[in-house]
Write a protein that binds this ligand. Structure first.
Ligand code: SF4
Length: 313
């Protein structure tokens, strides 16, 4: 049996890694980091720092969607022209040609962006395919490799009960079957204990916390709250520029020629058409903007990632 410690660059997973370091022989665990391609550069640097400071190599799990990319190109070519309930005469040939010529350029190599281009949209709270394909599945695939080699895997997850009502219901230990168990060593910890664990080992937390971020993970996360998006726009305008460019690329690959990073207010996707991240930020800064701002008011506290695996902070 071997333990697999999931590291995200956030405070909780770092504390979990430090618990493993304290309590397990060095050859009884491995550490993994899921690279979504949507992390802040400081998080990538932090993962390198953490590996060096703890002496624990951190294996990066980064999915490659090249095969999916070409399947999607073929699907667009062979199926989009057929009648469909939303397109009784099929998708217009000009739109098919636009999307096909985009796909002919080949994948970008950024997992988050390639996944969104293939899907023709960004993930949303009710369609959180980012967590599934960028974190859960790569982690599970690696766990299967470990199970083959070591017979069983104990997956160490840095989630805490006080983070959300859903996480409060989780057990400390869970038998998933097939040789996989989940262990949550810091489930009952509070945030002070988490930072105390860093200090005890002389490990710095991810510097993003000192720069106003509530959590560390995708920059931004689709579940980011209004204050967090504002903070990102002020401190890291380059990340907003990047998302704006991603919106342009995903739009080009989508049927309707438009896609925005944040979902529409009140679940009405049509309302957000043409409202890109730049516009969202502008509205949040000015506290204007009607329904869109209303949506973010309802979300003034950050939502938690719904993954029971706790792979997103
Ligand atoms: S951090 Fe947010 S955007 Fe990133 S994979 Fe998790 S839910 Fe998706």
């Amino acid at each position: 049996m071997i333990a697999q410690v999931s590291v995200s660059g956030g405070k909780d997973s770092t504390a979990t890694l430090l618990v493993a370091l304290e309590t397990l022989p060095r050859d009884a665990f491995v550490a993994t980091f899921c690279d979504t391609g949507n992390e802040h550069p400081m998080t990538y640097e932090y993962i390198g720092y953490l590996a060096e400071a703890t002496g624990v190599p951190i294996k990066t799990l980064k999915p490659d969607f090249t095969d999916w990319w070409w399947h999607r190109r073929d699907y667009v070519r062979d199926h989009w022209g057929r009648p469909h309930k939303n397109y009784p005469d099929g998708v217009p040939q000009a739109d098919i040609d636009r999307v096909l010529s985009f796909f002919e350029k080949g994948p970008t190599g950024n997992p988050y962006l390639d996944l969104c281009i293939i899907k023709g949209r960004f993930p949303a709270r009710r369609s959180q395919f980012c967590t599934q394909f960028l974190k859960t599945e790569p982690s599970n695939e690696y766990a299967l490799e470990l199970i083959e080699k070591h017979g069983a895997v104990e997956s160490w997850q840095g989630v805490r009960a006080e983070e959300s009502a859903n996480r409060a219901k989780l057990p400390d230990r869970e038998d998933v079957g097939g040789g996989l168990t989940i262990f949550r060593p810091i489930l009952r910890w509070n945030v002070d204990q988490v930072f105390a664990q860093h200090r005890k080992h002389g490990i710095d937390p991810n510097p993003l916390y000192k720069l106003g971020m509530n959590r560390v993970g995708c920059m931004p996360c689709i579940n980011a709250a209004k204050p967090e998006i504002l903070e990102i726009s002020k401190r890291f305008p380059d990340q907003i520029d990047r998302i704006e460019e991603w919106e342009r690329l995903v739009s080009t690959a989508s049927k309707r020629g438009m896609s925005s990073f944040f979902p529409a207010p009140l679940g009405n996707r049509g309302d957000l058409m043409g409202r890109n991240i730049r516009e969202v930020v502008r509205w949040l800064q000015t506290q204007r903007g009607g329904r869109l701002v209303d949506m973010f008011k309802a979300q003034s506290e950050p939502l938690m990632c719904s993954s029971a695996y706790g792979l997103c902070e």
